[in-house]
Design a protein around this ligand. Structure first.
Ligand SMILES: [Zn+2]
Length: 359
């Protein structure tokens, strides 16, 4: 294991790494990973990259979306197909590292809550690591995602009500059973795994990326990718760090409200279930990424999300889930506002497959 520690993102208090430490015991804020030694070329990870059980995920393809780029009038529109990860979503990036670390820490059983993709992903990597998972998900989650959690042998705990209710049920179970809470939004190893996406992009692309537009719920991809680009820049000063733009549904938009200084809006049901997070624990970190990258935050309508899901399929041959399609609606707004200019290059991670959710 590479020497590292956890650090509170707010008061900077340091903690020895443990699967049972997920919040600062002084200020209750979330934790991130800091390395004692920064000598290698990266990626900086708590373990050697070859020790990580990826199940074959990673190195996802990058393709150019020419028809949509022409239509929107943007110089280059590049998609990274994270939906082709082994369980069908970008969550595998975080699960590979989190479950590898859990095994190293000798964990045999854990609790997580998810709207579907993260739970399915952690269940798969837990199965491969012979670790027992308890996944709490809203009963309204798509059957495809719930079935996926079950087939990997995890115990599925369905909860009634909102996505937030599944988090509260998971937290209560953790207290009752004294199990580690390997929440993908709280555990710092999860977002740490996401930074590999940035390393791959630098290798794959021969054009500079000016903007990354991505769907944000708990923000692990946003936080992890930004960390990745900064790390790469620390090794190579020429690296351009893209501007990060956060996209949410207008029905669940706490991050957009916070960043734009608009008043909190009522939480409603949205087709973009993957970003329907009412209280993201890493909100401040996401806001910092947007601020430090000179990015922005935009909320989009559900009917526009569904239109883009269909359009991406019938013009580019990509069938993604609504959460991923939300980004195209966001891109359209950002171009209209002039936040993104027509001669700039844009990267969009296509975060999840459409095959798990019925139309
Ligand atoms: Zn603290």
């Amino acid at each position: 294991m590479k020497e590292h520690y956890f650090q509170c993102v707010n008061c900077q208090k340091e903690f020895a790494p443990s699967m049972f430490t997920i919040r600062c015991d002084t200020c209750n804020d979330v934790l991130s990973i800091v390395y004692r030694e920064v000598s290698a070329l990266g990626p900086l990870l708590p373990v050697d990259i070859h020790e990580i059980n990826s199940l074959g995920s990673g190195n996802t393809p990058v393709i150019s979306l020419k028809t949509i780029a022409d239509e929107l009038g943007v110089a280059a529109l590049v998609a990274k197909l994270e939906m082709l990860s082994v369980t069908g979503s970008f969550k595998d990036r975080g699960s590979t590292l989190l479950m590898t670390m859990a095994k190293m820490f000798g964990i045999t059983e854990f609790v997580e809550d998810s709207s579907g993709n993260a739970g399915a992903s952690l269940a798969a990597y837990a199965a491969a690591a012979r670790i027992r998972g308890h996944i709490f998900s809203p009963s309204s989650a798509s059957k495809g995602k719930l079935d996926q959690i079950k087939i990997f042998g995890a115990e599925l705990h369905k909860t009634e009500g909102s996505r937030q209710a599944s988090t509260e049920a998971a937290e209560a179970y953790v207290r009752e059973r004294n199990l580690p809470y390997l929440s993908h939004s709280l555990n710092p190893y999860f977002s740490e795994g996401m930074k590999i996406v940035s390393y791959e992009l630098i290798k794959q692309l021969d054009i500079p990326i000016h903007h990354v537009v991505l769907p944000v719920g708990n923000g692990s991809l946003c936080i992890g990718m930004f960390r990745g680009f900064n790390e790469i820049k620390s090794f190579n000063k020429q690296t351009i760090i893209p501007r990060f733009h956060v996209v949410q549904s207008r029905n669940v938009m706490p991050i957009v409200n916070y960043i734009n200084g608009t008043k909190p809006s009522k939480i409603k049901k949205t087709v973009a279930s993957g970003i329907a997070v009412a209280k993201p624990p890493r909100l401040m970190e996401i806001a910092t990424v947007v601020e430090n990258s000179n990015g922005s935050a935009v909320a989009v309508r559900d009917n526009s999300i569904l239109n883009w899901q269909e359009k991406l399929a019938n013009t580019e041959g990509i069938f993604c889930e609504p959460t991923s399609a939300a980004v195209f609606s966001g891109l359209e707004s950002l171009l209209e506002q002039g936040t993104i200019l027509k001669d700039e290059n844009v990267l969009i991670p296509i975060t999840g497959t459409g095959l798990k959710e019925p139309l």
